[in-house]
Design a protein around this ligand. Structure first.
Ligand SMILES: Nc1ncnc2c1ncn2[C@@H]1O[C@H](COP(=O)(O)OP(=O)(O)O)[C@@H](O)[C@H]1O
Ligand SMILES: Nc1ncnc2c1ncn2[C@H]1C[C@H](O)[C@@H](COP(=O)(O)O)O1
Length: 217
């Protein structure tokens, strides 16, 4: 056990909309806790760029790809006995992305049903422990759009702002209804990954969140 009372076998998941700062915070927390990271691979994803050019054609392929990748990571964390900070949760794939494309008609009803039944079958396995805590990063849409632009992934920059706006709204609603594990909310204006005190504050809150029921954080 470390000084923050975070168990060595904990699984900490970092959630939030695209560009909000998940990967950055994941790396910073893992370094301080001496945990491993479970990162989302963007560069080797064979569907992502195609998807941004044609949602209807590639939605289903991309969701199946992410589901497989996420599940392999889940299995790895389970087999290695925890001690991970994970960049994005599997809950967001289904609760945000797949649902959003199904609702908008860019994923067919049949494809969405197939995806959902596969997701449900995967979640109901011993490989699928819920995280000990989900850190939800939130921020204003203008700040997030600035970060997406500064990060410079062309496929995201070329995507209409309405896509990010819609996703931002869905995330706010989704997190209010999320109950799978304790949630710690962080606003991007309230921390600095390069500041030791700020990171220590977050780790104290993570320790508290793991020990206390969600409604008392
Ligand atoms: N706390 C922060 N303060 C300032 N810029 C940040 C912070 N966290 C992330 N960024 C920047 O914002 C962009 C998106 O961050 P990233 O961690 O890749 O987001 P995500 O993984 O949520 O998509 C990157 O350019 C990153 O350097
Ligand atoms: N499940 C997903 N469906 C569609 N797009 C997704 C999904 N998960 C991640 N993405 C996209 C969004 C970004 O363009 C990249 C990486 O996400 P990030 O929030 O920057 O880590 O993948």
């Amino acid at each position: 056990m470390n000084s923050y009372h975070i168990p060595e076998n904990a699984i900490i998941t970092v959630a939030g909309t695209v560009g909000v700062g998940k990967s950055t915070l994941t790396g910073a927390l893992a370094k301080r806790l001496n945990f491993q990271t479970s990162l989302e691979q963007v560069d080797h994803n064979p569907y992502l760029e195609k998807f941004y050019h044609d949602f209807e054609r590639w939605s289903f392929h991309l969701q199946i790809y992410f589901l497989a990748e996420r599940f392999k990571e889940q299995k790895k964390m389970f087999e290695l006995g925890g001690g991970f900070v994970q960049d994005r949760s599997i809950y967001e794939d289904t609760g945000i992305f797949a649902k959003m494309h199904a609702d908008q008609g860019t994923m067919s009803k049949t494809d969405y049903e197939t995806y959902t039944s596969l997701y449900e079958a995967m979640v109901m396995t011993p490989y699928f422990p819920h995280p000990d805590v989900l850190i939800y990063i939130e921020g204003s849409l203008p700040s997030i759009l600035t970060r997406i632009n500064e990060r410079g992934r062309e496929m995201e920059i070329q995507t209409d702002v309405s896509y990010w706006e819609h996703m931002h709204g869905r995330y706010s609603k989704w997190i209010n209804e999320f109950t799978a594990c304790p949630v710690l909310r962080l606003n991007i204006d309230d921390y600095d990954v390069n500041d030791e005190t700020s990171m220590s504050d977050i780790l104290v809150k993570v320790g508290n969140a793991i020990r206390k029921p969600a409604d008392k954080i």
